[in-house]
Design a binder for this molecule. Sequence first.
Ligand code: PFF
Length: 445
Amino acid sequence: MKIARFSRIGFILAAAGSAVGLGNIWKFPYIAGEYGGGAFVLVYLATVLLIGFSIMIAEMLIGYLGRRDTVTSFEVLAPRHKNFWKYGGFQGLAGLFIMIFYSVVIGWIFNYIVTSLYTLPATVNEAEKTFTTMLHSDFFTQLFYHTLSFIGITYVLNRGIKGGIEKLNLILMPLLMIILGGMFIYATTLGAFSQAVEFMFAPDWSKIDSEAFVIAVGHAFFTLSLGMGAIMTYAASLEKDSSLVKAAFWVVFLDTAIAIVAGLMLFTFLYQYGSGPAKGPGLVFISLPAAFYEMGILGNIFAVLFFLALAFAGLTSSVSLVEPMVQYFIDRFSWSRLRAAVAMGTFFWFLGIFAILSNIDGAKEYLTWGGKNFFDWVDYFTAAIMLPLGGLIMAIFVGFIIPRNEVEKVMRPQLKWAFNAWYFSLRYVTPVAMFVVMLSLMGVI
Ligand code: PFF
């Protein structure tokens, strides 16, 4: 089958678009706040550099060599036990699971773009009321915007790699960077900027327990889009002889830079105009709008731009979350793109309804188990378990299963002297680190 290919810049922007998402701007600041800032940020940064970067290259390599959907790529690259290894490709399902809550959050963002146009909450209390009313009792608003997000994402996916995904990223990613860059520059002129720097970088190790550690590692995977085949699927449509290392470098760099820029900017606004770093998923929906209110009319403009940027980030990631399974059904079952996109979209749209309901009064009681509701369970299960596990599988697959000479042929010219270090890291450092994370998850250590 003839596959449309990304241009080089298109690939880098699409992969960066996948990585830069709600994870960077919505999730990172609030979990950093929850786990005490500095120390947590450093564990996350160390994971990104020591493990994330090498797995990113490995994941790109599987797609680049396999050149098919994730399941087939694993299959064609495993010299033996194909039937076993092909299950590595089913990590793509994690993306659909993530979409269950991801699309709901994009819906909240759409709602906030619209309301910030004409009103902002005057106090944190008011902001909290607005947010919790939406969350706990306004089922139909959430459903409406979740449905809008489903339609947009399915539309783009139906247009394919070039006319859909690449185009979306070529337009939205530069806009996103301009908006965040502009707001960041403004934040650096405010007095509270240094407090934000201190909060994000001064480590207080007493705040790091094993849970914080697992969450930081899980987040490194989540934010880089690793472990579920999104990057792999994109790399399957990369021109031959492209440099994977350069692409991986840019993706890791942009993703990390944008998380830090967004974090510093948000915390500056919260210190300057609001109540300091808030905890929990409500951070950008509660504390931030109240801080924007204090800025007057500039606040309204900032709020709309900020939520637009957040929506852009979310949409470019969403298409990458669904594309692996779309590609799977096209490749393996000869489905049309339309059919595959609609089917996958319907899957996350339908289960997304339960993610909404799991916060709605009167329904949430039925959708909560062990202190977490359905929404939180999906988040926890995918980010803390499925993605690190997927990353581990990919590291082992490239480190031990694909014959070394095939890996070397492509990667040594690109990595040069660093090849051995990368290979060693995939074979030993990553598996051991992931093993520790798993043990810690199970409460053994
Ligand atoms: N990296 C995205 C974010 O930070 O929001 C989320 C994501 C996209 C995770 C694609 C995994 C993935 F494959």
